[in-house]
Design a protein around this ligand. Structure first.
Ligand SMILES: [Zn+2]
Length: 269
């Protein structure tokens, strides 16, 4: 009898037009904390009000506290390494079994694992760059955080003295329209959408599974805990992402013969 792992492996092979929607749960196995998980507090220590764009832009105290929190988060994240779940998604792209990744994460671990920039859409931006809100100039986060490590002041743009802001989408801040358009297009044109490590509680990611289903796609959900969309799932797995994806790719490998040139080497012409 087929298990759900067998079924999802078959579905990935059959569809070939597979899109993955990833959330914090895929990166917790890499040691990146789920910073949206505790209601109104960031890691229970930082007040999310300091991350409201209006407070950040107008209140110097909020901006300082926000930068300090961002620095702690960046420090945890910058040395994080991709885990087996990220590596499987990179392998699926190499094998042309992955059309896109829509991620709620800002850690850049999909790209670090080897997924190409063109397939990864970062819904909530990235923690790896910082931009000037006035002139738009981009900075590498590493340099900015190093320059303000003593926290005597907040950073400003060295070209126009404008306010700098991390390129992550702050709570209440709208998703960039072009990004919103691309994810919707991706979700409504795929044949299989697999959610990994997201509780599907934060918009706009949360409505994508339904959009995909309405457009005729199959839906898979791999998450530790139930989500509001479980009833729509064709494949539902409550387990950690890394282990599960490793098992799925093993099933795929068991079914798919190696490329022709490898077969020639193995078995002769
Ligand atoms: Zn500037």
């Amino acid at each position: 009898m087929k298990t759900v792992i067998d079924e999802i492996a078959d579905a990935i092979l059959d569809s070939k037009c597979n899109v993955f929607l990833t959330g914090a749960g895929i990166s917790t196995e890499s040691g990146v904390p789920d910073y949206r998980s505790s209601n109104n507090q960031f890691w229970g220590e930082y007040d999310s009000k300091d991350f409201y764009l209006s407070n950040f832009l107008t209140d110097g105290g909020s901006r300082m506290r926000c930068w300090r929190a961002c620095a702690v988060f960046y420090e945890t994240m910058k040395n994080a390494q991709p885990n087996p779940a990220h590596l499987v998604l990179a392998e699926l792209e190499r094998r042309k079994l992955l059309r896109g990744i829509i991620t709620q994460n800002v850690d850049g671990l999909h790209q670090k694992a080897g997924n190409s920039k063109k397939v990864v859409i970062e819904l909530h931006g990235t923690a790896h760059t910082i931009s000037c809100v006035d002139c738009g100039r981009k900075y590498n986060s590493e340099g900015i955080y190093a320059s303000i490590s003593k926290w005597t002041s907040v950073p400003y743009c060295e070209y126009c003295q404008g306010i700098l802001k991390p390129d992550t989408v702050f709570p209440g801040e709208p998703i960039i329209p072009n990004v919103a358009k691309r994810v919707l297009q991706m979700a409504t044109s795929c044949k299989l959408l697999i959610v990994i490590g997201s509780s599907l509680e934060v918009q706009p990611a949360a409505y994508l599974p339904l959009k995909a289903k309405e457009s005729g796609a199959k839906l898979g959900i791999i998450n530790l805990t139930p989500t509001p969309y479980d009833k729509y799932a064709d494949y539902l797995i409550y387990r950690p992402a890394g282990k599960t994806l490793a098992e799925i790719v093993k099933k795929i490998n068991d079914q798919v013969r190696p490329p022709a040139e490898e077969r020639m080497g193995q078995y002769g012409p």
